[in-house]
Design a protein around this ligand. Sequence first.
Ligand SMILES: NC(=O)c1ccc[n+]([C@@H]2O[C@H](COP(=O)([O-])OP(=O)(O)OC[C@H]3O[C@@H](n4cnc5c(N)ncnc54)[C@H](O)[C@@H]3O)[C@@H](O)[C@H]2O)c1
Length: 282
Amino acid sequence: MVNYPKGLFAGQTAIITGSGQGIGAEAARLFAAEGANVVIADVDATKANDVASKINSSGGRALAVPGDIMNEAYIPDLVKKAGEFGNGKIHIIINNAGYTWDGVIHKMTDKQWDTIVALHCTAPFRLVREAARFFRVKDGEPRVIINISSTSGIHGNAGQANYALAKAGVVGLTKTIAKEWGPQFGVRANTIAFGYIMTRLTEAKEKGAFVTLPDGEKVALGIPTAQQAAKGQGPVAPTYPDIPLRRPGSATEAAGSILATCSPYMSYVSGQTIMVTGGRNI
Ligand SMILES: NC(=O)c1ccc[n+]([C@@H]2O[C@H](COP(=O)([O-])OP(=O)(O)OC[C@H]3O[C@@H](n4cnc5c(N)ncnc54)[C@H](O)[C@@H]3O)[C@@H](O)[C@H]2O)c1
């Protein structure tokens, strides 16, 4: 048994989308270790339940609410269950669920475009809108919304017109939340844009990871090894020449930046885009 301290987020309730694995799962573990009640929202029910049961069996408090964030009917259910789990309060939303579906502009289909925009922009908007009644409150307790972006959204990336647009979109959503809900309610909203973080999204595509769309179509995840090698990344003798720290970040490091941004030590930081990139693109 881990002896969880009261922690930075004691008594607060956090919804983390895409927390069945990768950065979201690490964030769930770290938030729980800091005393938060964590709602594990992921389309992969097995992984969501596993993350929640590991947290619960090590002395933390987690609730898995599996479902597809692109399914409109799931969002009210998620918010309702999170509110009940948090005894009527939700303090933190981390809009993290996501994946890439790459293609060059002249070959990208409407379906690729619409799916990625729905996943990274429409779903976070709907979740924040649904949870408004838990954030537009004056109870003296902190409220923070984090939207996860990417260097692709800030700088663009060849082969990722859909993802770059969607990840740029959340920057505007974040700033709007900060301006609408900051003045009266003290809600902070920040974007965190990751660079190269080691998860299945940045592993070799040849490893065969995929997501299955509701209609059964499979979308392959990862980056082709040859494409990675051309950039000095990937499994073959990587040098990471464009990253000043000369290495990718771990999911734990990425999650740590989410916690840091939600923490009271960042209580005067709102509307910002925080780059977590090892210095890439400076
Ligand atoms: N890994 C990187 O280098 C990197 C870089 C920049 C931004 N990001 C962003 O970070 C976030 C987390 O990515 P990750 O690298 O941890 O990926 P990951 O694949 O390890 O985890 C993402 C999780 O989101 C879940 N998910 C996907 N679609 C969903 C849906 N429709 N409904 C609910 N859950 C869904 C998946 O099941 C998975 O558990 C994403 O938004 C991603 O775009 C990652």
